[in-house]
Design a binder for this molecule. Structure first.
Ligand SMILES: [Zn+2]
Length: 456
């Protein structure tokens, strides 16, 4: 019997953390942060539900914080490695974890003297974690222990992202990781995976079809035109990894089509700027189309008007530039990072356009704005919202209902095989579960429950 237990992303989207147990060994897939409301993030402080010292190896699907954010907690609790992932994921994970640590530390120092919880982990735990990364290529089985192995497949979600096929205790488990939506701007279609006894699939957009016809270039172009006409500011809060680089690539495309009006475009995301370098030296991971583009034009993330502002002084100078202007900044859910300063300054202006291109989790500032907040609080200041807020779904890096089903249908499930749904809000996972039951009446399909296990 091989057993999978769900200690995160069960009945919700964040905190991915799955434990695999065979008769002999234990492995972990992903160890992410719980994100969103205070109530949710409190789970991060809870002790791990298993003994980290007993874990033989960890597999990481991709570099998003909700999949990697508690890796140093595992190490702090005695996990000794190795941690398998693709080379691009290892590089991006290093950047994302260091960034997260600095944010955690500065928040901690800001509250010095107040009563507060200890930090989740120390810098030494983080450094030891980074030393345990073992990059492995796609499609090549890596031994975990004895006959147990992991093989990574391209998930097309962010650079280096994977679905993981784990052979454990003579059973084959497939963890979808987060799956990309296609066609994707920079990345290829997710790989097809052969056969499995159990599939653990994300369903962030289970039951939801997204508008596919609306062209990304068109959306950006009309947003730019809107602020140009009004001499306004276009604010695009964007996740530092993938979304930001995708936006730069699309702006490069618009520029090539001579459709980019003359105005400064600031890329004001220190983490995004570092991640851009990882993108630039992993061209082998681009889609065929982008590879072709890159072979004739080396600067696919550059265009006239682009201003990159890594330092905070450079970031402050953005204020001095009169509109119209465009600012791409993190964090993607607007809870912190440099976008906070720009929101503070510009969200009360009616000639500001806030273009929301990413998922906004419950409890975040971004979600409050998207839900129509008339006023927001930023660093103790009450700011009225007069900006135009436009939400576009097409930029989501997540598979929608059709994509999820297509991916799943390509996996041949053994007789008695199981599908477990994770990484989804309760409403959506129920709709998706009901739909799958209709399509696959012979299969045991369930929604993961936090703390519970499914055996095969
Ligand atoms: Zn993700």
């Amino acid at each position: 019997m091989t057993k999978v237990s769900f200690f995160g992303a069960a009945g919700e989207v964040t905190g991915s953390n799955f434990l695999i147990e065979t008769e002999e060994r234990k492995y972990v897939v992903d160890c992410g942060l719980f994100q969103g409301s205070d109530q949710n993030t409190e789970h991060n402080d809870e002790p791990l539900a298993y003994n980290a010292e007993e874990i033989e190896a960890v597999v990481v699907t991709h570099a998003h914080l909700d999949h990697i954010g508690r890796l140093p907690v595992l190490v702090k609790n005695g996990f000794k490695g190795p941690i398998y992932m693709t080379a691009a994921t290892a590089e991006l994970t290093g950047l994302v974890l260091k960034d997260a640590f600095h944010i955690m530390m500065s928040n901690f120092e800001r509250r010095e003297g107040e009563e507060q919880k200890p930090m989740l982990y120390e810098e030494a735990d983080l450094n030891r974690t980074l030393d345990m990364f073992k990059p492995i290529p796609y499609h090549k089985p890596q031994t975990l222990f004895g006959e147990d192995s992991v093989t990574l497949f391209d998930a097309g979600h962010i650079l280096g992202s994977s679905s993981a096929l784990v052979r454990a205790g003579e059973k084959t488990l497939v963890f979808s990781g987060d799956l990309g939506h296609w066609p994707n701007t920079l990345l290829p279609h997710p790989d097809k995976i052969g056969a499995a006894d159990m599939v653990i699939t994300e369903a962030t957009y289970g039951g939801v079809e997204r508008e596919k016809k609306q062209d990304k270039l068109e959306v950006i172009k009309s947003a730019i035109d809107w602020v140009q006409e009004r001499h306004g500011v276009l604010l695009i809060p964007a996740f530092s990894v993938e979304r930001s680089q995708e936006l730069l690539y699309l702006l490069h495309e618009l520029n090539k089509l001579h459709q980019l009006p003359h105005m400064p475009i600031y890329f004001d995301s220190p983490l995004g700027i570092e991640a851009l370098e990882v993108f630039k030296h992993h061209q082998e991971l681009y889609s065929a189309e982008v590879k072709k583009e890159e072979s004739t034009d080396r600067e696919i993330f550059d265009f006239s008007g682009l201003v990159i502002t890594p330092t905070s002084d450079e970031s402050k100078e953005i204020n001095d530039e009169p509109p119209p202007k465009i600012i791409i900044a993190g964090s993607g859910m607007m809870d912190g990072g440099r976008i906070a300063h720009h929101l503070k300054r510009y969200i009360s202006h009616p000639n500001t356009l806030l273009l929301v291109v990413g998922y906004q989790a419950e409890g975040t500032l971004g979600r409050a704005i998207v839900d129509g907040a008339k006023e927001i609080m930023i660093t103790d200041d009450r700011i009225p919202v007069h900006a135009k807020v436009e939400v576009v779904d097409i930029f989501s890096g997540h598979a929608d209902n059709d994509d999820l089903i297509e991916w799943l249908k390509n996996i041949h499930l053994s007789t008695g095989g199981k599908v477990v749904i994770v990484h989804s809000d309760p409403d959506r996972s129920k709709v998706y579960c009901d739909e799958l039951k209709k399509i696959m009446p012979q299969t045991d399909i369930s929604v993961a429950v936090i703390g519970e296990s499914v055996g095969i």
